[in-house]
Design a protein around this ligand. Structure first.
Ligand code: PMP
Length: 356
């Protein structure tokens, strides 16, 4: 089963970059998809308190009711139909595992987050890529079981248009909507599947704390659905993971406080400042990036082999970037602006020396 499973290549790039660092090179990291900010203080303080209060045991497999109730308020949704997971990664995998049968076709928009295709293949499904709403309509067949939506997108930073949500809702049996970047939108409106399928009767909405709250290492995500597959998802959680990390769950109760939101607003402001900086350079380099209004990525078309370019830039200029091939587009690269303004500026200046 693992023969069709690819490495998560960005982790390989990271280890090459770290090797250069060990050799004393000053590497600038623009490859990694995780916020560089510390987790907001109220959340960290709540974790310390949870530890002090011995909140160190398994929880209900669905997650602690207090956190499910907070999420229930946020989404106006029944807490019984919410499951807290070890990162949104597990929410994605468990949902797909509960939906897919061998040979089922799953639609994903190219370029895409690389783990989706691995999950689908691992489960015996078939990955079908689409480009836009017209292509999506053409690719729907009798075997289409599910679509994975991701807005804003990793790797493009773009948001999905209304038509794609609408077609998905009207034409496809199951929708898995990965909304992990939904809080990080700097311009315009990013739709949620809940805007189309209010009670999530044919959809699983997935989100998590990693990105918006700068909590990647806390491994906390969640899913919401009214579909009866929720019982199977729970079965998987009970067997494979028992329950999401307990201290993280108690800490995340503070994610919804006013004080924490102030931290989040500051992070968002800073991400947007960096985004504008990156876009300025993209224009100067004459690299097409589409309309990246969310997440913390841009995905320029560079007009040559992305993998070779990333290798060159890493070895000659010590800037780590992610090749587009991994996301389904060979002539692109992904730049993550989850690094400080000055580091990003220096990294892009180094690239400029190479290409202009
Ligand atoms: N979905 C997307 C689109 C992502 O970019 C990531 C993280 N890179 C995840 C899901 C998984 O995030 P986590 O498991 O930390 O919640």
């Amino acid at each position: 089963m693992l023969k069709d499973f690819d490495n998560f290549e960005i982790m390989d790039i990271l280890s090459k970059a770290q090797k250069l660092e060990r050799e004393g090179k000053d590497v600038i990291h623009l490859e990694i998809g995780e916020p560089d900010f510390p987790t907001p203080k109220p959340i960290v303080d709540a974790a310390k308190k949870a530890l002090k209060d011995n909140k160190t045991f398994y929880t209900d497999s669905k997650g602690i009711i207090e956190l499910r109730e907070k999420l229930g308020e946020k989404y106006n949704f029944n807490p019984d139909n919410i499951i807290i997971t070890g990162g949104s990664s597990l929410a994605l995998f468990f949902s797909l595992a509960s939906i897919l049968e061998k040979g089922d076709e799953v639609l994903i928009k190219n370029p895409t987050y690389p783990c989706y295709k691995n999950f689908i293949r691992f489960l015996g499904g078939k990955v079908i890529y689409f480009k836009d709403e017209n292509d999506l309509l053409e690719k729907i067949t009798k075997k289409t079981k599910c679509i994975i939506l991701n807005s804003p997108s990793n790797p493009t930073g773009e948001i999905l248009n209304k038509e794609i949500f609408k077609i998905s809702y009207e034409e496809i049996p199951f929708i898995v909507s990965d909304e992990i970047y939904s809080g990080l939108v700097y311009e315009g409106k990013s739709y949620s599947i809940k805007d189309f399928d209010e009670n999530l009767e044919k959809s699983v909405l997935i989100n998590g704390f990693s990105k918006l709250y700068s909590m990647t290492g806390w491994r906390l995500g969640y899913l919401l659905t009214s579909l009866n597959i929720i019982d199977d998802i729970l079965k998987l959680q009970q067997n494979f993971f028992i329950s999401a990390p307990t201290i993280s769950q108690y800490a995340a109760l503070k994610a919804f406080d006013k004080e924490t939101l102030k931290y989040v607003e500051e992070m968002k402001k800073e991400f947007n400042r960096r985004r504008k900086l990156v876009l300025k350079y993209m224009k100067e380099f004459n690299w097409y990036v589409g309309n990246p209004v969310g997440a913390f990525y841009v995905f320029p078309y560079i007009g040559s082999d992305g993998k070779k370019f990333c290798e060159d830039v890493l070895q000659k200029k010590f800037v780590a970037l992610a090749p587009g091939e991994e996301f389904g587009s060979k002539m692109n690269i992904r730049i993550s602006y989850a690094n400080s303004y000055n580091k990003i500026k220096e990294g892009l200046e180094r690239i400029k020396e190479m290409i202009l």
